[in-house]
Design a protein around this ligand. Structure first.
Ligand code: NAD
Length: 388
């Protein structure tokens, strides 16, 4: 039988492969249920099966609008309990998350804080703690520390995740997705990037590398200065909107681009979001604006809005994370995710075996785990010379 893309990804997740081989012996999750709420795509399949190899019973659901049917099929075939399927319906997705928590997992692997927030709505005994994957989740969980009082390690705050995934990989996959989805030129186009954190820096750098003229908007003046000194144009926000052929939001904040900005948008502008939640561009309010007189829907979730003054505005993926959207969505590079997911596997192991305690509530990955994962990646690139 022909091998699948999921097989290809598994083949190249070399860190997870070696952790999986080790976990089959050590069984760090024997007897434990791990509840997960993370994008279900080829790379997370490799992560979840690594946890399964470590003895975990998995109860998994995806994130809003990012579940890929082949990933769901592969996990189900491997005996993972997968709840729900691909959906853009927030209420339905919310019920899937509720079902994961109803299984009373001993460990949680969260992405966006959805599962830990639900745990607080109906706490139960036995939850040992877990991990949070992303910036948005950390921002949501930090104010809840006093109520959570559990070891929760934030993968996003590992320097490895910051540079390997957020900076390098998100920028590359945002550019790859823009080209794949729109088939439009980047050369000479004026691209405005909202947010100059780790992800925004990568997005800005990759579009600049593709010969776009990139402008950066960031609400933090120090970060704006950094973008300026990195050679990007950093005019005031409204000017950055008015001049843009393409606007990409990647801030982790809500309401970054609103219906109130409609008068500022150029004819033909393309709007896309790479931030975690589909709230950065207020798509519903924009589409519902009285200025919008026509909506044209194309294949691959591309939408054109026709305004009453004749301008047209194009939306990619209706404001959902566009690097996990459209035909053959591949997300971030396999190696960047292998690194981040090796951190996930090691952090969940540390929570399971009690080597981190509740004083580590919503904190970065322990430095020892970062060093071990970095070494294992580099050891593969520079294997020891055979002894003469
Ligand atoms: N698409 C992906 O594959 C992917 C991968 C990792 C993270 N993310 C998501 O990308 C988002 C950004 O992550 P990050 O690690 O770069 O975060 P970050 O905290 O490092 O940077 C966010 C930046 O946005 C700025 N900002 C906040 N509100 C703003 C606003 N209204 N206008 C302009 N700038 C604003 C902040 O000042 C900050 O500099 C998060 O939602 C994160 O979860 C996406």
């Amino acid at each position: 039988m022909a091998a699948t893309r999921i097989d290809w990804v598994a083949e190249h997740c070399q860190l997870l492969r070696s952790i999986s081989a080790e976990f089959k012996d050590t069984l760090p999750f024997r007897g434990l249920t791990v509840g997960t709420g993370i994008h279900l795509e080829a790379k997370t399949v490799a992560l979840l099966l690594t946890l399964r190899d470590g003895g975990a019973r998995l109860v998994s659901t995806g994130n809003l609008n990012t579940t890929q049917p082949d990933a769901l099929e592969a996990l189900t075939a491997e005996g993972v309990t997968v709840i729900g399927g691909p959906t853009k319906d927030r209420d339905l997705h919310s019920r899937y998350l509720d079902e994961v928590i109803a299984a009373r997992p001993d460990l949680i692997l969260d992405n966006g804080g959805d599962l830990f927030a639900r745990f607080l709505d109906g706490p139960y005994a036995g939850l040992r703690g877990g991990t949070e994957e992303t910036t948005s989740g950390r921002m949501r969980l930090e104010p809840l520390r006093d109520r959570l009082k559990l070891p929760i390690l934030v993968i996003n705050d590992s320097p490895i995740k910051q540079f390997a995934e957020n900076e390098h990989a998100v920028g590359q996959s945002a550019l790859e997705s823009y080209l794949r989805l729109t088939n439009r030129v980047t050369n000479g186009e004026r691209v405005t990037v909202f947010g100059y954190g780790a992800c925004g820096r990568g997005v800005a750098a990759n579009f600049r590398g593709a010969c776009a003229r990139v402008t950066v908007v960031d609400i933090n003046p120090v970060t704006r200065l950094r973008a300026h000194l990195d050679g990007f144009s950093t005019p005031p926000r409204d000017q950055a909107i008015t001049s843009a052929d393409v606007i990409i939001t990647v801030t982790g904040a809500s309401g970054v681009l609103t219906a109130g900005d409609l008068p500022l948008l150029r004819d033909g502008v393309i709007l896309a979001n790479a931030g975690h939640f589909p709230l950065e561009i207020e798509v519903e309010a924009i589409v519902g604006s009285p200025d919008v007189v026509g909506v044209r829907e194309y294949a691959d979730d591309l939408v054109t809005l026709e305004l009453n003054d004749g301008r047209r505005i194009h939306l990619i993926s209706r404001g959902h994370m566009f690097n996990l959207a459209g035909p053959r969505p591949m997300g971030n590079s396999i190696e960047s995710m292998d690194l981040g997911f090796a951190l996930q596997a090691r952090c969940l192991e540390a929570v399971a075996n009690g080597s981190v305690d509740s004083s580590s509530c919503v904190v970065p990955v322990p430095a020892k785990i970062d060093a071990a994962v970095a070494n294992s990646y580099l050891d593969r690139k520079y294997p020891a010379a055979p002894k003469a």
